[in-house]
Design a protein around this ligand. Structure first.
Ligand code: AMP
Length: 185
């Protein structure tokens, strides 16, 4: 059965790490819009030049650009047997575009929950360790605001498809929780 899984959660919740591990375990592609956009910025492509300053400010790239790259990615043959979306959709408009683009829309939505104080601590730690351009205090605050305003309404939007997972704990602990709830879903 094709599995179409979506990861939701605030910046710093561990989505990228957990999504990569789960996609690997399920043999489905891990489709991260943040990773695709960062690659475009690093490669200096036209897309990268368009999105660099928006990302550095912690704001959302335009729906039009992001929907186009996701559409292209989902058209690739490896996505036919399922995929895991990480960082997309980021708002209701993108979710609606996804439903239009994909006939059998999302089956399971994993919501990784971590409280705000812990998120800021984790992001500041990542800033020190990895030096991501958008991991500085001002941008972190902005990304959390954008999540609350734009992305958190998706939790209600997906309703019963949402499975809440406590994102506090070691990487392996959180992964075990996700694997368990998915096995039951
Ligand atoms: P992420 O790695 O998912 O935290 O994304 C990093 C940054 O990329 C975000 O702060 C946005 O600027 C941009 N971005 C990633 N995914 C999207 C999306 N679906 N829509 C708009 N902007 C996005």
């Amino acid at each position: 059965m094709a599995r179409r899984i979506l990861f939701l959660g605030p910046p710093g919740a561990g989505k990228g790490t957990q999504a990569a591990m789960l996609a690997n375990a399920l043999h489905i592609p891990h489709i991260s819009t943040g990773d695709m956009l960062r690659s475009a910025v690093d490669a200096g492509t036209d897309l990268g030049k368009k999105v660099e300053s928006v990302m550095a400010a912690g704001d959302l790239v335009s729906d039009e650009l992001v929907v186009a790259i996701v559409d292209d990615r989902l058209d690739q043959s490896d996505a036919r047997c399922g995929y895991l979306l990480d960082g997309f959709p980021r708002n209701i408009a993108q979710a609606q575009a996804l439903n239009d683009a994909v006939i059998n829309a999302i089956g399971t939505v994993v919501l990784l929950e971590v409280d705000a104080d812990e998120l800021v601590q984790r992001l500041m730690k990542r800033a020190a360790e990895q030096g991501r351009a958008d991991d500085n205090e001002q941008t972190i605050r902005r990304r959390l605001e954008v999540y609350e305003a734009e992305t958190s309404p998706l939790v209600d939007h997906y309703g019963d498809a949402v499975i809440r997972v406590d994102g506090i704990g070691s990487i392996d602990e959180v992964f075990s929780r996700i694997a368990l709830v998915l096995a039951r879903s």
